[in-house]
Structure formats: structure tokens, C-alpha cells
Design a binder for this molecule. Structure first.
Ligand code: MN
Length: 330
């Protein structure tokens, strides 16, 4: 179980002046009011607000947000009132906890599910302060991580809602790691059989894939270095959910194993280096028509910038490559 000291140590690493006393008081208070309550896992309820606080620390948020994270279920699930939170922890923390309590009262029915976009907009509008949304996302992430304790039908409902609302929301906010984890957890819940099959299949050809990654990396490293470009090149397995979506789209099995690998080239220097590297990539392997996207000249609405291309790589296999600068990657 995550302990308060772990949280405090990690906050101090990125925010040495943070209000530790506030965090300590929030911790003691939430432990007191949730005492005797249990999660469906049978563990003490306190684990949940602490884990939510831990996710907020992963996002390097401030003490007020982390304190509100620890207190986020107190008004909803205990006898605590917003006035009491205000008296004990101040206006800011109370404002965030109140916002979260309001959001949790909005029921997400199947009728509304068809209007997920509207629901998402309403969430954003109700939140007023982006920190409310960030705490809500951290809350959802921990609930998704512990979804297996729910009944199947309930777990399906939560996973579907996560895909409809919280995956697009985290994507829009540019929190890529959270988007990936939420999507992966939802996919595992909704399609357990496909996940088993995919994972078995992927494990079986692990060595073959690693060889392919090394070969492509080797070629790229030499060519970029010869051109005077400094780059960090990684090859990775694509997410299960996106591999599955692709197989459904193309109606194929997993025999095209290279289709599941994506490469990323992160370049030192400015935008010019990225276009230079793209030219080199296209001169080594021919690009697939219609697959090139310039998100540097036309960034995504969340600010994302990169070049995306698909090329015909070694052995005639298509592979996706993303190129960007260090700054864009950050
Ligand atoms: Mn909660």
C-alpha cells in the first residue's frame, strides 16, 4: 500500500517548497472520515484516495490539487460537508472537492452514451478549473486499475464509459500515458478473449520482432549519423487496442507481424532536422501513398507536433515512423 511518506518524498523532488503540512492534514483527515469503509477488494477505503494522490504526483501537480485528490470522495461518501473542508483546508481545496462532488452526481445513462461528445463538453464546462478534470481522471484511472473486483456487467459499463468519455478527454489534454493505460484497461475488460489470443501470438514471435526492430534501427542510425543528425531511435510494439482495431479494419490475422511495430525518431535540433530526417527515411524506403501527415505545420488541437509516415521497409513490410524534435517530444 502506498504510504503518505512515499507521496511526500516524491512531491518534494519536483516541488521542494510545497505545503507538506496541508498534505499531512488532508491525509489524517481522509483516513479518519473513511475509517471502517472498504473497497470492493476488501481493502481499507483509504487506499483509493492515496492512490489517486499518487497519480496526481505522477503528473507533478501542486499541493492543493494533491490534497483535494486525497479528499475527493469525502463529501460524496462520508458525513463531511464542503463548509467543513473550507474551514479546515481553505477555499481552493474546497472549490476543487465541491466541483468533483457535483460532477459525480451527473448520471451517465445509456441514452446519454449516444451523446458522449456532449457529455464530455458538459464535464469540461462544469469543471471550471482544469485541476478538477485532472483529479477526475486520476480517480477514474485508479478505478479502472481495480476494475476486476466489480461484477462483469458493472465492469463493462465503467469500461465503456471510460472509452467514450475519459480516453478522448485524456487524449485532448495531451496526457498520452494516461490515454494509453485507460484504453488498454478498457480493452482488456471488454475483449478478454481477443486479448489472450493477441498476447499469445505476440509472445510467440517476440525474437523475430526484436530482430526486425534492431535491423531497422541499425540502418537508420548509420544514415542519420552520416547526415550529421543526432537522433534517439526507438521501435516499440503498438498498443493491443490499436493492433486489434487494425485487424478488425483489415479483416486479417496477426501473420503480418511487422504491422504491429512503430518507430519513433526524436531529433536534437530544430524543425529543419526533422524534415531533413524525413527526406532520408523516404530515400531509404518508399513511402506509402496517402499515409504522410505533417502535424508540425498543422499541429493537432491538443498541441501535438510530429511528422507521421508509413514506408515499405525491409522484406516489403509496412512500418510506421514518427519523427519529432526533443522539444516536441517533451
Ligand atoms: Mn473516487
Amino acid at each position: 500500500m502506498l504510504r503518505f511518506n512515499d507521496i511526500a518524498d516524491r512531491v518534494l523532488e519536483y516541488d521542494p517548497d510545497c505545503d507538506l503540512a496541508l498534505l499531512q492534514r488532508a491525509y489524517v483527515y481522509t483516513a479518519k472520515v473513511h475509517e471502517g469503509q472498504e473497497r470492493l477488494s476488501g481493502e481499507p477505503y483509504l487506499i483509493h484516495p492515496l492512490e489517486v494522490a499518487g497519480v496526481l504526483v505522477d503528473m507533478r501537480l501542486d499541493a492543493v490539487t494533491i490534497a483535494a485528490g486525497m479528499l475527493h470522495d469525502t463529501v460524496e461518501d462520508t458525513l463531511t460537508t464542503v463548509d467543513e473542508i473550507k474551514r479546515l483546508f481553505g477555499e481552493d481545496v474546497a472549490f476543487l472537492v465541491e466541483g468533483l462532488t457535483k460532477i459525480s452526481k451527473v448520471e451517465f445513462s445509456s441514452a446519454q452514451a449516444r451523446m458522449a461528445e456532449n457529455f464530455r463538453k458538459m464535464l469540461v464546462a462544469m469543471s471550471q478549473d482544469i485541476r478538477i478534470l485532472l483529479i477526475k481522471l486520476a480517480d477514474r484511472l485508479h478505478n479502472m486499475r481495480t476494475l476486476h473486483f466489480l461484477s462483469e456487467s458493472k465492469a463493462h459499463r465503467v469500461a465503456t464509459e471510460t472509452l467514450d468519455i475519459y480516453v478522448p478527454l485524456s487524449h485532448r489534454l495531451g496526457i498520452h500515458w494516461m490515454k494509453r493505460e485507460l484504453e488498454d484497461l478498457a480493452f482488456r475488460t471488454l475483449h478478454p478473449d481477443e486479448v489472450d489470443e493477441l498476447e499469445q501470438n505476440l509472445r510467440g514471435r517476440h525474437a523475430e520482432r526484436q530482430e526486425y526492430i534492431d535491423e531497422v534501427r541499425g540502418i537508420l542510425e548509420v544514415r542519420l549519423r552520416d547526415a550529421g543528425l543526432e537522433a534517439d531511435i526507438t521501435g516499440r510494439l503498438k498498443d493491443l487496442a490499436s493492433i486489434h482495431a487494425k485487424m478488425v479494419r483489415q479483416g486479417t490475422g496477426l501473420d503480418k507481424i511487422y504491422d504491429v511495430i512503430a518507430f519513433r525518431i526524436v531529433l536534437a535540433g530544430d524543425t529543419g532536422a526533422v524534415y531533413h530526417a524525413l527526406g532520408l527515411v523516404h530515400s531509404i524506403w518508399p513511402p506509402v501513398s496517402g499515409r504522410f501527415k505533417d502535424y508540425i505545420a498543422l499541429p493537432k488541437s491538443n498541441g501535438y507536433q510530429s511528422l507521421h509516415t508509413t514506408v515499405i521497409g525491409p522484406y516489403g513490410e509496412r512500418m510506421e515512423i514518427q519523427l519529432r524534435t526533443d522539444a516536441m517530444h517533451m
